[in-house]
Design a protein around this ligand. Structure first.
Ligand SMILES: NC(=O)c1ccc[n+]([C@@H]2O[C@H](COP(=O)([O-])OP(=O)(O)OC[C@H]3O[C@@H](n4cnc5c(N)ncnc54)[C@H](O)[C@@H]3O)[C@@H](O)[C@H]2O)c1
Length: 287
């Protein structure tokens, strides 16, 4: 499908990433079908979008009169059949292989044949997800960063069978969203998590081995490397369970001991210390 024919975009999942993806498409003028399984998840997603639009208005990034127009372009629905009207589709359901395969097969059966189907997966092989559909040539990864309305990057991941056409259309589409697409081939962790997660893992090793405290590790990376936040603060923000899961994907995917998850990370996840969301990780968030 040519870029100019894309007017309506379906987003599967109204959670953290899905509502952000719906937000940026609607802000760029696309009609959005926002699909989730229950009305309460849709309501929560729409509320988040409304709050994030307010933030953009406060920062002077969006005119106040635009807000109702952006919201009106988003049609929340719990009905999977609504996808039949979409010209492009982005999947952002939870990072679970079986769930993703099921959701993608259902979407594939409903979407029109020419429509490109993209997954926002952080770690599952794009080639494998693509092969579960009838459109592996029109399937690719569109890895948005959190928070979606703020972060510039979209990692565009080509599966083994992704066509040049689908790839070129998706790169153009990212530009219409005022994002910067970066082309990456399918490999465990893509580029973003393959580089980021081993750094976080190594930071956890430094703490485990008593080389430095979490605060000291973060200070070194912030003050010495100009990172806006230290790796362990970032790990707490992402969720230590998510970090561990991605290390496991790298470790299994490359069968290379350099990706072995840090035992301290495993122990913290086992203890339920998942970072900000559980109130405790490398730092405490009890207040
Ligand atoms: N959170 C992040 O920082 C981040 C960053 C980049 C990529 N990702 C990836 O984005 C994807 C989504 O992550 P998230 O953090 O937004 O998850 P989330 O749990 O916040 O949201 C997922 C949403 O999908 C909905 N859902 C479940 N089954 C569904 C179905 N059958 N059809 C439609 N919706 C369904 C859930 O109800 C939920 O609202 C994952 O693949 C994740 O790896 C997440």
């Amino acid at each position: 499908m040519s870029i100019d024919a894309i007017k309506t975009v379906a987003v599967l999942g109204a959670g953290t990433m899905g509502n952000g993806i719906a937000h940026v498409f609607a802000r760029a003028g696309f009609s959005v079908i926002l699909r989730d399984v229950e009305q309460r998840f849709l309501d929560r997603g729409m509320q988040t979008i409304s709050g994030n639009l307010d933030r953009e208005i406060k920062k002077g990034k969006l005119a106040e009169a635009e807000k109702p127009k952006v919201l009106a372009r988003i049609a929340p629905t719990a009905d999977g059949a609504a996808l039949a009207k979409a010209d492009f589709c982005v999947e952002a359901v939870p990072e679970n292989r079986e769930l993703k395969l099921r959701v993608l097969k259902e979407a594939d059966a409903t979407l029109r044949p020419g429509v490109i189907l993209a997954s926002n997966t952080s770690s599952i092989s794009i080639t494998e997800l693509a092969a579960a559909t009838s459109r592996p040539d029109r399937f690719l990864g569109m890895h948005f960063m959190n928070p979606v309305p703020v972060m510039m990057l979209v990692e565009v991941i080509r599966g083994m069978q992704t066509s040049d056409d689908a790839y070129a259309t998706t790169m153009e589409l990212c530009k219409k969203l005022e994002k910067t697409p970066v082309a990456v081939n399918d490999a465990p962790g893509f580029v973003s998590n393959r580089v980021l997660m081993p750094m976080i893992n190594e930071a956890a090793y430094c703490v485990m081995e008593g080389v430095a405290t979490a605060q000291a590790v973060d200070d070194v990376m912030k003050l010495g490397m100009n990172h806006p936040m230290g790796p362990l603060t970032l790990a707490d923000l992402i969720g230590l369970d998510v970090c561990l899961d991605i290390m496991e994907v790298l470790y299994a995917g490359f069968a290379d001991s350099k990706y072995r998850p840090c035992p301290l990370l495993r122990k913290m996840v086992a203890a339920g210390w998942l970072g900000r969301k559980s109130g405790r990780g490398f730092y405490s968030y009890q207040d």
